[in-house]
Design a protein around this ligand. Sequence first.
Ligand code: HEM
Length: 393
Amino acid sequence: SLHTVTTLPTERQPGCPFDPPAELVDARRHGPISRYTHPGGKPGWLITGYDLVRSVLADSRFSSRKELLNVVDFEIPPAPPGEFLLMDEPQHGRYRKPLVGKFTARRMRLLTERIEQITTDCLDAMEKTGPPTDLVTAFAKPIPTIIICELLGVPYQDRDSFQEQIDKFMNGEPSEEELIAAYTATQNYLAELVVAKRANPTDDVLSELTDSDLTDEELKGISLILLAAGFDTTANMLALGTFALLQNPAQLAELRADPALADRAVEELLRYLSVAKTFMRTALVDVEVGGQTIKAGTTVVLSYNTANRDPERFTDPHVLDLHRQDGGHLAFGHGTHLCLGQQLARIEMRVAFSALLNRFPTLRLAVPAEEVGLRPETADIYGVKCLPVTWDA
Ligand code: HEM
């Protein structure tokens, strides 16, 4: 009989900070697709199998449109102009297309030196202040935040106006009121910025985009998506990734001994940690998936992190193996919404992990592993709240 999951777990198993919640791994064991009830009581499906997640992501009969989400018993408004993550073609492509050329592997490689410089600055500051320190505030957060700010043309010194607010509506457990306040504050900040860029264009993506037929409203939405997607994901990969390496000392030693392993290590950490863990899609028509009929208008939850631990796709999926050859993880998604910033994120991680391990050969946790605070499963992006580390100065 078909496995049923009634609620998504809010926490992971104690002592297993890197593994998807046991209920999801268990669901995959029963089969790649399970019946599921959304928190608002609406019937849905939960997909945990690699092949099925990938096929839904490649299937235009499934929609990303926000207003179609059938998960609560009130109407959800459509995504505001420019927020293309939650749109379908042709709107999605109209926003994504002008951005693609600005995020190519080649353009991102040109940024490498700047990423190295920012990383060095963070490490210098850490050395100066001395151990112990919180790796999140000293390292994991500033590197991707400074980069996305510079790329987009958002003043880094204004980060209090957006970073904390974005954190609140993506990962906090705020009240409805706080959520709206945080979202509105970010919107207002970006609206002013767009007007300023139009008046005085500078050398950055946002200024370049003012030279198109996109409206101020649309540019504001695009900026919000790029900011929200641009720092929190990579920041959590850096902090949680360091935690995972420190908890796997043999793997860490191999990476230290062979710096050429860094690219492969980044891919394996992406698979193993899958910090962007779940996304949803809604069926536009009746679709058969894994032998089940998903009725038009039903929303499915796609568990990217469980799919990336699928034993039918990856050998020993729950083992962190930096030498792993079976690529093709779904950590950046798949299909039309495939992560726009994947090349940037890869370079940031390769540079940052390598430099950190190089600078501090004796890097270790400053608290017992069980005391490292983890984000709840309700957060959009998984990770640690902070990561106290120390080293021999
Ligand atoms: C989309 C993951 C870094 C920008 C996505 C999606 C995933 C993802 C899974 C697909 C969502 C879906 O299927 O609906 C990650 C991870 C990152 C990362 C794990 C870091 C390790 C970045 C960075 C940027 C970025 C640095 C900066 C520009 C975007 C954008 C989209 C996206 C704009 C939406 C694409 C679209 O809807 O067409 N990301 N991301 N991401 N990501 Fe990333």
